[in-house]
Design a protein around this ligand. Structure first.
Ligand code: PLP
Length: 397
């Protein structure tokens, strides 16, 4: 049997390669940081990690992880409800609730699991989910696992959202679902309008804060802080794998009864292993740091502003951003790839994105800023962008 399958798999892989969509993995031999070392020994500045606060190699998190290895061991060898819950898991859940101003929190192995396990326990075929068309793959998969009726609206399009709310009025419960920050453009969901429409049409709201938590809002509490809506959103999902240390782990935080039911019924929680103590302990340390100061957010916001204004002043076309994601628009897929390759030669690591990850004709380089970037790092990156931009005729001069 495999002989037949093998030929088909080979053909499919070849198709991916011919279309220019084959993903190669670049191998790092250093910790994740503003500066990283590649396998060939080359040191480059990293502008494509989700390491928004520069915590991936932070000494306090490393120390906290070490400490828990000593006190709580390496692995939990259990799901939470059998024997996989430690005092540390409960403390981290509490810290996350305090951070977001919510009632309670449930941890998962990833945000992919949090989103995969949130809809099915809460919604039945009598209910409706109204989902932004650019929501993350894990939301799309989670929605597929649940029997509620699905309505989609164009990205951040509030007229369409209102239409869908009117169309779905027969449903028992309705839930509007959106990413907080959309990862390809860096735009934020218009949460003020979403919550207003949810109130008007009596719907629940769920927001996925993976790219916004730690980043967006004056103190990094995410889009509910940015729009002054703390406590007004029923469900927030997020990750420990981006701004919050970048290791692994996800969570759902929100209304008490929702979280309690998820602990009873959510399949990725019930049937997948508990987070390791080292990760949980570093997570606790990280939220302690977040409650002491928002210096890292200040630095990140400063870096983003600097990058955007300097790039625009030399003639680059950037999508308006409200996050730490900056889309440098090049519109042509081959150009975007060549641009990224040439930047790497100049010591700047970024990635070009083209169709089908972004719409056809909207190829771009996505730059992700970090609090770990210094002024010198930013200057080096912008100088490299200018040099490559001139060579490729993207900007004048
Ligand atoms: C990264 C991301 C996820 C997945 O997070 P993991 O914890 O890595 O599984 C889910 N939703 C959004 C919007 C994301 O950006």
């Amino acid at each position: 049997m495999f002989d037949r399958m093998k030929a088909n798999l080979q053909a499919e892989l070849q198709q991916i390669k011919t279309a220019g969509l084959f993903k190669e993995e670049r191998i790092l031999v250093s910790p994740q940081s503003a500066e990283i070392t590649l396998k060939n020994g080359k040191k480059v500045l990293n502008f494509c990690a989700n390491n928004y606060l520069g915590l991936s190699d932070h000494p306090r998190l490393i120390a906290a992880a070490h400490k828990a290895l000593e006190t709580h061991g390496y692995g939990m060898s259990s799901v939470r409800f059998i024997c996989g819950t430690t005092d540390l898991h409960k403390i981290l859940e509490q810290k996350i609730s305090e951070y977001f101003g919510t009632d309670d929190t449930i941890l998962y192995a990833s945000a992919f699991d949090a989103n995969g396990g949130v809809f099915e326990p809460l919604l039945s075929p009598k209910d409706a989910i109204i989902s932004d068309s650019l929501n993350h793959a894990s939301i799309i998969d989670g929605v597929r696992l649940c029997k509620a009726e699905l309505y989609r609206y164009a990205n951040a399009n509030m007229e369409q959202l209102e239409e869908r709310l009117i169309m779905s009025q027969e449903a028992n419960y309705r839930m509007i679902v959106t990413d907080g920050v959309f990862s390809m453009d860096g735009n934020v969901a218009p949460m003020d309008e979403i919550v207003r429409l949810a109130d008007k049409y009596d719907a629940l709201v769920m927001v996925d804060e993976c790219h916004s938590a730690g980043v967006v809002g004056p103190t990094g509490r995410g889009v509910t802080e940015l729009f002054d809506l703390r406590g007004r959103v029923e469900i927030i999902t997020g990750t420990l794998g981006k701004a919050f240390g970048g290791a692994i782990g996800g969570f759902t935080t929100g209304k008490k009864e929702i979280i309690e039911l998820l602990r009873q019924r959510s399949r990725p929680y019930l049937f997948s292993n508990s987070l390791p103590p080292a990760v949980v302990s570093a997570g606790i340390e990280m939220f302690d740091m977040m409650s002491e100061t928002h210096e890292l957010q200040d630095r990140l916001h400063h870096n983003t502003k600097q990058f955007v204004s300097q790039m625009q002043s030399v003639g680059f076309d950037l999508k308006p951003t409200k996050s730490a994601i900056c889309a440098v628009m090049l519109y042509d897929a081959v150009l975007a790839k060549n641009f990224a390759d040439m930047l790497l030669e100049e010591g700047i690591y970024v990635v070009g994105f083209s169709f089908p990850v972004v719409p056809r004709g909207e190829a771009r380089i996505r730059v992700q800023l970090s609090a770990a970037h210094t002024d010198a790092h930013l200057e080096k990156a912008i100088t490299a962008f200018i040099s490559v931009g001139k060579k490729l005729g993207v900007i004048g001069g």
